[in-house]
Design a protein around this ligand. Structure first.
Ligand code: SF4
Length: 1401
């Protein structure tokens, strides 16, 4: 009955009704247009938030059936987001109120209905409260509502019209919102609403229903009954029964008014089977109110049993006369076993770390596994503390027994010795376990000595466990008193509190987790740490280990932002980074034991720190010490950044003012652009230059630098130029503007005059073929079209029709742009202005190179400028020549922009390692460098070298110097020169490898840039004779090459280097003994990079031009480089690689030019054959008798994870290894030249750190992804962070079809630059927008053939839908040994690409 009543009212008054149940289906639930049906395995919080967003000011009702236990635990972590939305949550309960009452702690309004008429009235009031005050109201009603206690009238429902009339009535305290509401206001609103509703229902309706049999003055006892009950038969004299309809908020004065002033005893009888704390919030409210009475009545709590649906006089007499402290009326007759809480998927990562770290010592003291045996209470922190206390007391008892036995002279000698050893090492993690085991074994089974018998019963306490209480949504929340108990216990117990609110959904006033940290630090004698495992795994491990070692309580706050199990790992990662970077979740460790050792107890592990923490440290007089030890706190950096930005703006304004004084009499021209790839920016700046030449007053800026308010006040004409990003979105530097534009447009009235003074014109850039499906065609040039139409809606005046530049036009966007620009000059009245002098050329990289004084630029000045984390705009292209890339963390770019901060600049540094070899000593130094200056990880690149990410500018110079100390450098790995030369890693053919590697070194030396700028800037070596001698570049000249240049050397039969994808390739030809290289076949013109939509660009496999002997080979490299230097395209960088030079000149002419410069012809190429382009994993023995182990490193990232402690393991190997480390271009690693006597040691380390990973699928072993987000500036989509997740899913498909061990080469990049060579993969993905990829199929299995574009844009569901049947088809129909790439061609999924021209067709 109650459910029907609640449901009908919800349908009537809500914009959306969400029916949430274990098995919700439209059939079982009342249906209507506004009803949604959500089952418990879906993300209910996301559904609610979406519904509230759609409903805007309307009401959302959630009707929850069969989930009174589960739902509160889902809602509680999201109380912050949900508290201030107009939402009513109706929860049906059977008997036990424990779970639902937890909501009391987080939501301001909680109503309780026992009878159907109460359910009816409370539903209406809940609706009114939620709508009027925009708060979430929880309404709990009983499943089988009893006949009314105070009314037996069955006709309880108001007419629909009456309900609507009531709801439309004014409330006295209207115009309030939840954020303004305090308890008092909410209470008054509730009272007001109940008294108004009474008039409609003609039923008495009070916050508390009260009943007593006689005169009020005779009442001596008051009983609050909260639960499912019937009390109609009670006649007991002197007893007042109160049944609350509202649990929160409560008013003390109302409680005082209702409870008889003559009562000397108050019983609170609640139907709570397993409430985790001593008192309920309701109990505390009543106590607080009644304490104002003098004398204060005696207040006692009691539990109402399940079987007590009908309470009689004799029951009450039993209750009143019970001598027990905690009284129970009736019994809990449930036969259901307690529900075992599930630990959410994401949280298992923290458990994984704890298990990894402490192994068998890890004791999860409130583990859900204990629920079956001990009941639901066992997961509460307080209960767990009790368990730990018991265990520690048992251990203390054990110590006492051991001590007594040691003093017992009759004890057995051997046992005596073991007991003494154990006693001595009882606090040692390993030894206490070892000696404990030996003691137990020594005891045997037949024990007569009582002390030994007791010792035996305590055998589990010999070891020293690491006790962890974990607090999160699945366990009960930790009240302040709980935390206090743990801190004051002084016990060696650790508590991990997991905070799950994502940074972007945070409430500005919610600092609870931070407060816990502060509170615990204030306590003084506890270890405290704040960690985020997705920000710093190393810091997480360190903090957990320190917490374990600390001799007392430890509080560790762990950040893990997620909404549900469906939240992707990438989102968790991004939210974590946002929170840490913004200082919302600072990483720190507070170890009071260091204080007594004279050390600094506080370690700040992240850069940003917010005020509340800084204040604490200040108060404790620690901040000053901290600032001394860490003089560059991020707050200071942020402050100075803000200042320098303001300065920059001020000087910009002055510049504009000066310009104004020198302009012609024409309206000013304000150009605003939004650009991701630089095309729109280039056009905007060119237009500005040309406008100035014509005498116009021109300014140019990004769209986001202009607010709508400032736009309103613009005089003159505003020109908008915007390109199109992703799925038709605005580019990054225009998103803020678009956001405010959209919100203003949706405002409603008066919007049409908002920009009435603005005169504007728009030019857009897009690619009409970018979205091949008809339904996606509207994405084409969407930002410019939207901008144009919205400006009109806001009353702006359009001066020229919208013009759209299309990448597919004959001359690309320029085709339309030229037409448009002519009209622009006409509009400004300057079309007939004679332009005197030459229009200044736009500054290109060619200019920057030539003007850089052999790659110096202003790099030296830039690195000593402490006001910014970045470099001057012309320097990042130059630092690439020095092996340094300026990047910024793209995950937090928008957030920092919103805060007015410059991007979070950091640098990537790449070492030069020709052929990918380094010694163990070099490895150790580089490993240390990443910890000291970088982000703690190293990446093996597809150019067979190591790169380090996340280095701040202030550490840049020291990093380069450290690399130099390792006898390595970072020259010749980037920029328009030769890149790191790669060669086959071939572990078996050690003699050939030695020759090929030496050849690599020779070419690298010959093609090394000769500039001294590198040594001067980074190594502080002064220029010879104080700049008197000029640098000279015999090969590169001051212009260097037109574009980057890549060289590879392959040794058949393995094409692991993908030799065909390089500008210049060598294929080693070996003599019949397989011991000597007799020469090299030479290939030219390979390359992977393209520009999306630009058909002038294409990937190309290299062409064979002949054979040379080893002593000619270095000269060949030099001459090919020179031809490219002199013939390469220096106008358009997009077509500047050698592949375009070869095609433009023709292969024969190109070869002839090389031979002319060589002075001899190349010989006929020699036969060779490749069989694969993957690495040979596992152990092999080389020709030299030494051992080689090739390990798989997922996407080349060297870091410690839960699965494998790769970084630590490799460090341990480097400490004992006498051979070398060899990197592969597939981003894996060969531990090379292991001597026989070291073999078992290295095998042990590989096993200990799980580096010898077994059981990886063929697909994963053949996969490769580039870095992409968050560091690569060119990335358009995820790659390294996403490919492993995609492979998990495709792996399942392969397994289902029996292909688990079959190799399919699958590669992914975040953009078309093609770093991991997806254009020759059997399955390739090239990022084009977040979550969207170009899909390629049919590459040759050993890199010999280009793949073909199969779909221009696919998302994950589409990828899986395509591959599922295709892989099945492959499994069933392939020929013996046929590779996937060949199969898809044979079956006609794609045609074979035999020339680059066919790539785009
Ligand atoms: S392929 Fe593109 S996104 Fe990936 S690392 Fe290279 S440039 Fe960056």
């Amino acid at each position: 009955m109650s459910m029907l009543v609640v449901s009908q009212i919800a349908q009537l008054v809500s914009q959306t009704v969400i029916n949430y149940s274990l098995q919700t289906s439209p059939k079982e639930s009342p249906s209507s247009d506004n009803a949604l049906f959500v089952s418990t395995d879906e993300d209910i919080v996301a559904t609610i938030l979406r519904a509230c967003e759609v409903a805007e000011s309307g009401l959302v009702s959630l009707i929850a059936l069969d989930c009174a236990v589960a739902l509160p635990k889902i809602l509680l972590p999201h109380a912050g987001e949900l508290s201030h939305v107009p939402l009513v949550v109706h929860i049906e309960v059977k008997r036990n109120l424990s779970s639902v009452f937890l909501l009391h702690t987080a939501f301001p309004c909680l109503l309780l209905s026992v009878t159907p008429s109460e359910a009816h009235d409370n539903s209406i009031i809940a609706t009114h409260l939620a709508r009027s005050l925009r708060v979430t109201v929880i309404h709990i009603y009983f499943q089988d509502g009893l006949g009314d206690a105070f009314s037996v009238d069955r006709n309880i429902m108001l007419e629909e019209n009456s309900i609507l009339d009531y709801l439309s009535g004014e409330m006295r305290n209207n115009n309030l919102s939840a954020t303004e509401c305090d308890v008092e206001t909410l209470w008054r609103a509730y009272q007001d609403m109940t008294s108004r509703l009474s008039r409609f229902t003609s039923r008495p309706l009070q916050p508390f229903s009260s009943q007593h049999s006689e005169q009020a003055s005779d009442v001596h006892t008051v009983i609050f009954i909260i639960g499912h009950h019937c009390i109609s038969e009670i006649t007991l004299a002197g007893v007042q029964i109160i049944h609350p309809n509202i649990i929160a908020p409560l008013s003390s004065s109302y409680i005082l008014e209702t409870v008889s002033p003559h009562a000397s005893r108050v019983f609170i009888l609640e139907q709570l089977q397993d409430w985790p704390m001593k008192w309920t919030p309701f109990h505390l409210e009543v106590t607080r109110a009644l304490q104002q009475r003098n004398p204060t009545p005696l207040i006692r709590e009691a539990i109402l049993g399940y079987d007590k649906t009908s309470i009689t006089d004799s029951d009450l007499e039993e209750l009143l006369n019970s001598p027990k402290e905690r009284i129970q009326l009736g019994t809990f007759t449930t036969s259901d076993p307690p529900t075992i809480p599930l630990i959410p998927k994401h949280e298992s990562s923290y458990f994984g770390v704890l298990r990894n770290l402490f192994d068998v010592r890890f004791e999860h003291s409130n583990s859900p596994d204990l629920v079956a045996a001990h009941g639901r209470l066992v997961t509460t922190p307080e209960f767990a503390l009790g368990r730990v206390r018991g265990q520690l007391e048992e251990r203390a008892r054990l110590v006492k027994i051991v001590e007594s036995l040691i003093h017992d002279s009759s004890a057995d000698n051997n046992l005596h010795s073991l007991l003494s050893k154990w006693h001595l090492h009882r606090d040692d993690v390993l030894l206490s376990h070892t000696f404990g085991d030996e003691i137990i074994q020594g005891l045997g089974h037949d024990i007569h000595n009582p002390a030994l018998r007791e010792l035996f019963t305590l055998k589990h306490r010999f070891s020293l466990p690491s006790h962890w209480i974990v607090v999160s949504s699945w366990s009960y929340d930790l009240g302040s008193s709980g935390l206090h108990h743990i801190l004051s216990s002084g016990l060696r117990v650790n508590i991990l509190i997991i905070h799950t609110t994502p940074y972007s959904l945070r409430q500005s006033n919610n600092h609870r987790q931070h407060d816990i940290g502060l509170y615990a630090m204030n306590y003084g004698s506890a270890y405290v740490a704040s960690i985020a495992m997705y920000s710093s795994y190393a810091q997480t491990m360190q903090a957990l280990a320190e917490a374990d070692r600390f001799n007392g309580p430890s509080v560790v706050l762990g950040y893990l932002p997620y909404l549900s199990d469906q939240t992707s790992a990438v989102d968790v990662l991004k939210e974590t980074k946002l929170a840490v970077d913004a200082g919302y979740w600072p990483l720190y460790r507070w170890n009071p034991s260091k204080d007594s050792e004279g050390g600094e107890p506080f370690s700040l592990d992240s850069d940003s720190i917010k005020n509340h923490l800084a204040q604490f440290l200040d108060r404790q007089n620690h901040l000053s010490q901290l600032v001394r030890s860490k003089p560059t706190l991020a707050t200071e950096i942020a402050g100075s950044l803000g200042q320098s930005l303001r300065e920059a703006r001020r000087s910009k304004a002055q510049e504009e003012y000066n310009r104004l004084l020198h302009t012609v009499d024409a309206p000013p021209m304000r150009i605003l652009y939004a650009s991701d790839g630089g095309e729109a920016e280039k056009l905007a700046k060119r237009l500005a230059t040309r406008g100035r030449i014509r005498g116009l007053d021109v300014s140019v800026a990004t769209l986001d630098s202009m607010s709508l308010d400032a736009l309103r006040c613009q005089d003159g004409h505003v020109v908008f130029i915007t390109s199109t990003a992703g799925q038709g979105e605005p580019p990054q530097n225009g998103r803020k503007f678009f956001k405010s534009l959209n919100s203003v447009v949706s405002l409603g009235k008066d919007k049409e005059i908002l920009l009435s003074g603005l005169r504007y014109l728009v030019f857009g850039l897009g690619d009409s073929h970018y979205w091949p499906r008809a339904e996606d065609a509207h994405y084409y040039n969407r930002p410019s079209k939207e901008l144009d139409s919205k400006l009109i809606l806001l009353g702006a005046q359009r001066l020229l029709e919208l013009h759209l530049g299309d990448a597919r036009d004959a001359d690309g966007p320029e085709t339309q742009y030229k037409v448009w620009e002519a009209q622009v000059w006409k509009l400004f009245g300057v079309d007939s202005v004679e332009v005197s002098g030459k229009e200044s050329e736009p500054i290109t990289l060619e200019h920057i190179k030539a003007a850089s004084n052999h790659l110096r630029g202003t790099i030296a000045e830039g690195i000593s400028d402490t006001t910014t984390g970045g470099l001057a705009p012309s320097d990042p292209p130059l630092t690439k020549y020095h092996g340094i890339w300026q990047q910024d963390d793209r995950d937090i770019r928008e957030e920092r922009q919103a805060q007015g901060l410059e991007p979070a600049y950091n640098f990537m540094v790449r070492a030069r390692m020709p052929g990918g070899s380094c010694t163990p000593e070099q490895w150790l130094r580089l490993d240390r460098l990443t910890d000291e200056y970088g982000n703690g990880t190293m990446k093996i690149t597809t150019r067979q070298t190591l790169q380090f990410h996340g280095i701040l500018k202030k550490y840049l110079k020291r990093s380069i110097q450290d690399i130099n100390k390792a006898l390595l450098d970072t020259l010749e790995v980037g920029g328009d020169v030769n890149s790191n030369i790669v060669c086959s890693s071939i572990p078996t053919m050690s003699e050939i490898h030695a020759q090929v590697h030496s050849f690599c070194m020779d070419i690298s030396e010959r093609l090394m840039p000769r500039t001294t700028a590198y040594h001067e800037i980074w190594l502080d070596q002064k220029m010879v004779a104080g700049h008197a001698v000029k640098d000279f570049e015999p090969i590169y000249s001051e212009w260097y090459l037109p574009r980057k240049f890549k060289i590879a050397i392959a040794v058949p039969p393995t094409n692991d280097v993908d030799v065909y994808t390089n500008d210049l390739g060598y294929i080693a030809i070996v003599d019949d003994d397989g011991k000597n290289v007799i020469g090299y076949n030479v290939l030219v013109g390979g390359g992977m990079g393209t520009t999306l939509g630009n058909q002038k660009t294409y990937p190309r496999v290299a062409s064979l031009i002949g054979f040379c002997t080893p002593d000619q080979a270095v000269d060949v490299a030099e001459k090919v480089t020179l031809v490219q230097r002199d013939y390469g395209d220096r106008v358009d960088r997009k077509t500047a690689r050698l592949k375009y030079t070869v095609d433009r000149m023709g292969l024969d002419k190109f070869k002839a030019e090389v031979e002319r410069r060589l002075g001899f012809p190349l010989q006929e190429s020699r036969p060779y054959s490749f069989t694969q382009n993957l690495d040979q994993y596992g152990w092999v023995k080389g020709q030299n008798g030494r051992h080689y182990f090739t390990t798989f490193i997922e996407n080349g990232r060297i870091q410690d994870t839960q699965k494998t402690r790769l970084k630590t393991g490799l460090r341990e190997i480097a400490k004992i290894h006498k051979g070398t480390f060899r990197l592969t271009t597939n981003q894996h690693l060969v531990v090379s030249e292991i001597e026989e006597d070291n073999l078992s040691n290295i095998k042990n380390i590989l096993a200990t750190y799980n580096i010898d990973i077994q059981g990886l699928s063929g697909l994963r072993l053949s996969s490769s992804a580039c870095v992409a987000f968050p560091t690569c500036g060119l990335a358009m989509a995820e790659s390294e962070r996403y490919l492993p997740i995609l492979i998990d899913k495709i792996e399942t498909i392969c397994e289902e079809n029996g292909l688990r061990n079959d190799s399919i080469v699958m590669r992914m990049t975040g953009c078309p630059a093609g770093c991991t060579r997806p254009n020759v993969a059997e399955i390739g993905f090239v990022g084009k927008a977040p979550g969207a990829y170009v899909m390629l199929l049919g590459g040759g299995a050993y890199g010999q053939r280009l793949a073909k574009v199969y779909r221009e844009s696919v998302t994950e569901p589409e990828i899986l839908a395509i591959l599922k049947p295709m892989i099945k088809h492959y499994a069933l129909d392939r020929h013996e040994g046929e590779r996937f790439g060949d199969f898809v061609i044979r079956k006609g999924f794609v045609p074979a690409v035999t020339s680059s021209q066919e790539y785009w067709k």
